[in-house]
Design a protein around this ligand. Structure first.
Ligand code: NDP
Length: 282
């Protein structure tokens, strides 16, 4: 028997236990996966306990993704670039941190990858997931430019400054999300990616781009997966744009963690069905 868990605060809403338990069961693995609510000040002590109890792997979510780095024995390259960890592999008591959000995003994007070549990308948000998305775009795709739009301009500026050297040929700029010229930025972009939490349940009637018009040639991706169809996605789809919900990224980042822990492929169709049923029932 192997034990896995997701650590977060709050964490009861997480669909990772459903995702991994469904996959373990389908593959006949005698493994368990639970959600553990951990307050920031209890992270170190909790990790010590889980290590002693022989846990084999962890997922880490808000607010611990960055803090987790301090408690690891080893940090993999992607996680180091992003500056955040969402997955931990524990082998013989040694904790190795990685970030599968980047892989999850890239795999979600795979069928649409050609749309990124030379594209003008608008990235909404400058938090942890924006770092994973920007790293993936810069290292694995070739957009001509990425404009980061964020509520707190300073955070967007810091993000852009810390990623600029990663791929100097890609033009990066930072702007305020509340700028009067937001419609202009949207109009100039062919790919728009929301990494803010605006529109997430229980605020599902909000959108990070209120009263903005989309074009049918555009592709709009929303990382939010609760609800599976956000107001942003709904508005973009109505305008005829390609509108993609974050459910696929969620599944793909989970599948990447699963691969690392078990060496096996997650039965994605089965897990997708269970996750969508749960999301649609909520
Ligand atoms: P962070 O807390 O690190 O970042 C939140 C971002 O949202 C910041 O840019 C913040 O701006 C912005 N923001 C928050 N509230 C508002 C508001 N009221 N108005 C405008 N902007 C706001 O969160 P994460 O990056 O980790 O997660 C963001 C979203 O992405 C969540 O909904 C999460 O569920 C989703 N996600 C989905 C994944 C998937 O697999 N599909 C994976 C990871 C995340 P500021 O800098 O001003 O605070």
């Amino acid at each position: 028997m192997k034990r896995f868990a997701i650590l977060g605060h709050p964490v009861s809403h997480s669909l990772s236990p459903l995702m991994h338990s469904t996959a373990f069961q389908a593959l006949g693995l005698d493994y368990t996966y639970e959600a553990i609510d951990v307050e920031p000040e209890d992270l170190k002590e909790t990790l010590g306990r889980l290590r002693e109890e022989g846990y084999a792997g962890l997922n880490v979510t808000l607010p611990h993704k960055q803090e987790m780095i301090k408690h690891l024995d080893e940090l993999e390259k992607d996680a180091e670039i992003i500056g955040a960890v969402n997955t931990v592999v524990i082998e013989q008591g040694k904790m190795v941190g990685l970030n599968t959000d980047m892989t999850g995003f890239s795999e979600w994007l795979l069928p649409h990858q050609s749309r990124l070549e030379g594209a003008a990308v608008l990235l909404l948000g400058a938090g942890g997931s924006a770092r994973a998305v920007l790293a993936a775009l810069m290292l694995r795709n070739k957009p001509a430019q990425v404009t980061v739009l964020n509520r707190t301009l300073e955070n967007a500026e810091q993000l852009v400054a810390s990623f600029r050297d990663l791929q100097p040929s890609i033009r990066l700029s930072a702007e305020s999300l509340f700028d009067d010229t937001v419609q202009q930025f949207v109009g100039e972009a062919s790919v728009i990616i929301n990494t803010t939490s605006v529109g997430m349940k229980p605020y599902a009637d909000a959108s990070p781009l209120e009263e903005v018009a989309f074009d049918k040639k555009q592709m709009v991706m929303d990382l939010i997966y609760v609800p599976p169809e956000t107001k942003l996605i709904e508005t973009a789809a109505k305008a005829g744009a390609t509108a993609l919900s974050g459910v696929e990224m969620f599944l793909n980042q989970g599948a990447a963690s699963f691969r690392r822990w078990t060496g096996k492929t997650m039965p994605l169709d089965l897990v997708r069905k269970a996750v969508l049923e749960k999301l649609q029932g909520d």
